[in-house]
Write a protein of this length. Structure first.
Length: 325
C-alpha cells in the first residue's frame, strides 16, 4: 500500500467515525426533544437561533445578499430579525422531523394538520390519475408526503441523499414510515417517467438552482435558474401539476397544508403550454406563499448563484447590500 493510499484510507475511516458520531448526536437530541414541553422547545429554539445568527453568524453573507435582493425596500434591522426567525424555523423543523412519526398517526393527524383547497387535488388522486406535486424549501416540506401516506395515497418523492449515510438512513426511515417512497435524485428520470405512466403520485422540491443551463424565471424580482424536468414531465405526459406547501402556525406541529394552484393540461395548456411559462407559474405561486411567511423559507440556499447567459450577476455600481442598507 502506498503512502497516498494509506492516507486516503485513514481519511475515509475518520469520515465514517465523524458521520457516526453526528448520527449518535442526532439520536440523543431526538430522545431529549421527545420529553421537552412545547414551551421549552420554543425557548430553546429561540436561543439557538440567536446563537446561529448573532454569535456563529452561519452563512451570514449568503443570507444578507439573498434578503437584500428579495426585500430591497427593507432595512438592515428587518433583515437581521428575519435571519433570526429563519433559524428558529429551521430548528423547529428539525424538531418536528425527529418526532413526526411518533406523534402523528392515522387516527390523530387532523389534530396537527389542516387541509386547505384540497378537494380538487384529492379527487384527481383518488381517480387513479398520476399527479405531480411541487413544493419548495418552505414551511415544513416533509409533512405533506407523510400525511399523504397516512391518507392511503403515498407519493414517490424525489430527493437528494444526505452525504452522511447514517443520517440519510435515519431520515429515510422517517420519510417512509407512512408509506411514502423515496427516489434518489441522481438518475431518477427514467424511473419517474415510468411511475407517471403507471398513474403514481410524484413529488418534487423544485426551488433549487439548476445551474447555468436551467430554465431562468423570475423569483423575487430576479432571474433564478430552475430545473426544467418538472414542467417538461407535466407537459409531455399531460399530467396535472400542483403547487403545495405546509406552513406552520404559532406553535410546533400546527400546520396548514395548502394547494396554491393546479395546472390541468386539458384546461390550461393554451396559457402555460411551454416549459418556461409553466415553471414561472408555479415559481410565482411559491413566491406569493413565501411573502406571507418569509421566515419559513430557506434563505441559506444560494438560489440566485447562476445567471442567464450574457447577463452579469451584479450590475455596475452599488451592490444590493449597499442599496438596501
Amino acid at each position: 500500500m502506498t503512502v497516498d493510499q494509506d492516507h486516503l484510507k485513514r481519511r475515509a475511516f475518520f469520515r465514517i467515525v465523524l458521520d457516526y458520531l453526528a448520527y449518535l448526536a442526532v439520536r440523543v437530541v431526538a430522545a431529549v426533544a421527545e420529553v421537552l414541553p412545547p414551551d421549552m422547545v420554543l425557548g430553546l429554539t429561540k436561543f439557538l437561533s440567536w446563537l446561529a445568527a448573532d454569535v456563529l453568524r452561519i452563512r451570514r453573507s449568503v443570507l444578507e445578499e439573498n434578503l437584500a435582493y428579495a426585500f430591497p425596500k427593507e432595512d438592515r434591522r428587518f433583515r437581521h430579525q428575519l435571519i433570526r426567525q429563519m433559524w428558529q424555523h429551521l430548528f423547529l423543523l428539525g424538531y418536528e422531523v425527529l418526532l413526526t412519526s411518533r406523534k402523528v398517526h392515522e387516527t390523530n393527524w387532523r389534530k396537527y394538520v389542516q387541509l386547505e383547497n384540497h378537494r380538487e387535488i384529492l379527487r384527481m388522486i383518488l381517480s387513479g390519475r398520476s399527479v405531480i406535486l411541487v413544493t419548495g424549501h418552505f414551511g415544513n416540506f416533509e409533512i405533506g408526503g407523510y400525511v399523504l401516506g397516512l391518507l392511503g395515497v403515498p407519493p414517490w418523492s424525489v430527493a437528494r441523499p444526505i452525504d452522511n449515510p447514517f443520517l440519510d438512513r435515519f431520515l429515510t426511515r422517517y420519510r417512509t414510515a407512512s408509506g411514502q417512497m423515496i427516489i434518489p435524485k441522481k438518475g431518477a428520470t427514467e424511473r419517474v417517467d415510468r411511475l407517471v405512466r403507471e398513474g403514481k403520485i410524484v413529488a418534487f422540491l423544485a426551488d433549487q438552482s439548476a445551474g447555468p443551463k436551467g430554465c431562468f424565471v423570475d423569483f423575487f424580482g430576479r432571474k433564478a435558474s430552475t430545473h426544467k424536468a418538472v414542467a417538461l414531465l407535466s407537459l409531455t405526459q399531460k399530467v396535472p401539476l400542483a403547487l403545495c406547501y405546509a406552513v406552520r402556525g404559532k406553535r410546533p406541529f400546527q400546520f396548514a397544508l395548502k394547494v396554491a394552484g393546479i395546472f390541468e393540461p386539458t384546461v390550461h395548456l393554451a396559457q402555460f403550454g411551454d416549459v418556461t411559462s409553466l415553471t414561472q407559474w408555479y415559481t410565482t405561486l411559491l413566491e406569493e406563499a413565501i411573502r406571507q411567511s418569509p421566515e419559513q423559507y430557506w434563505w441559506i440556499h444560494r438560489r440566485w448563484k447562476d445567471t442567464p447567459p450574457k447577463v452579469p450577476n451584479i450590475l455596475p455600481g452599488k451592490s444590493p447590500l449597499q442599496k438596501a442598507a
